[in-house]
Design a binder for this molecule. Sequence first.
Ligand code: ZN
Ligand code: ZN
Length: 350
Amino acid sequence: MMQSTDYGAMESAGPGLLRWSRRPRPTPADDQVLLQVEACGMCGADVSDIARPDASHQRRVPGHEVIGRIIDRGSKVPARWQVGQRVGVGRLGGHCNTCAYCRQGRFALCTDQKVLGVSQDGGYAELMLATSTGLVSIPDEMESTAAAPILCAGLATFNALRRCGAAPGDTVAIHGVGGLGHMAIQYARRMGFRVIAVGRGDDIAAAAIELGAHHYLDTNHADAAVELQRLGGAQAIITSVGDAEAVQLLLPGLAAGGTLVVLGVGKAPLSIASGYLVGGERTIQGSMTGSPDDSERALRFSELTDAMPWIEYLPLSQAQQGLQRLMSGDATFRIVLVPDEQALTRESVK
Ligand SMILES: [Zn+2]
Ligand SMILES: [Zn+2]
């Protein structure tokens, strides 16, 4: 495999559709490395990446929770990244180091960012090119399959919790108990918050509690905002739900001085009375994923506190099946693609 002249990849073939393709083995540019992919998580954002109108034209490879081993490197790649080393790449695939935001050290806001699955091929493949500024070190002890989901689902929620303004002892609501939410609950619990998981339906109640939530509120059976107020109000609400109406319904549960951190991307506008923000000095904050340094912190925090993704393995060649489950909402907390030859020997973990 290492020396073969071509490699396999699942490429987008129109909305909701992936197709297996063979491609010539690429040579990394000066600032790139070539990775042998060991694991790639399937994120909800992949669905819209695959559905992009230009995607089939570009034959884009989705996937932005990638762990791989460096098998080739360009001449200008810094010495810290060597052949044989295991690294990761998240949604933000490499900043430019020259734009105004990069000069301020705000790499996640880079205006010339390589975005995996959108402007650059991602990890639903046996091999992947990666830009050196986007590379993340992976702790030796951590399995590739466990590390992969931390690079988006973990990082996004870790950073959201770090910037939400809540202090240990405060109440934090985690809205949405899926790929992102199941990491958010674990992190929030370990950061010392009173954790209120908010979801739809009672089928995930037990999982939410097992993940570390102190309470689970089912929006099918209760007004979660009223329940949050009964608990004193949430200092922060972290929402990974894209449905604006669901977010609006929960908003009255925010304490005065509290912050709503938005991670979910929906099409409908979020409507909020200005008086509600002004009167209670509340904040709404958007949060993306983060920089490679943030990723390394998230990995370290996961390792130190044993906050690990709950995952189910799928062979790379069966990514279409995983995509269908993502679209129908029938996915487990994280589906992780692994090379076909490894998939048979693995069992799901939580
Ligand atoms: Zn993602
Ligand atoms: Zn930049």
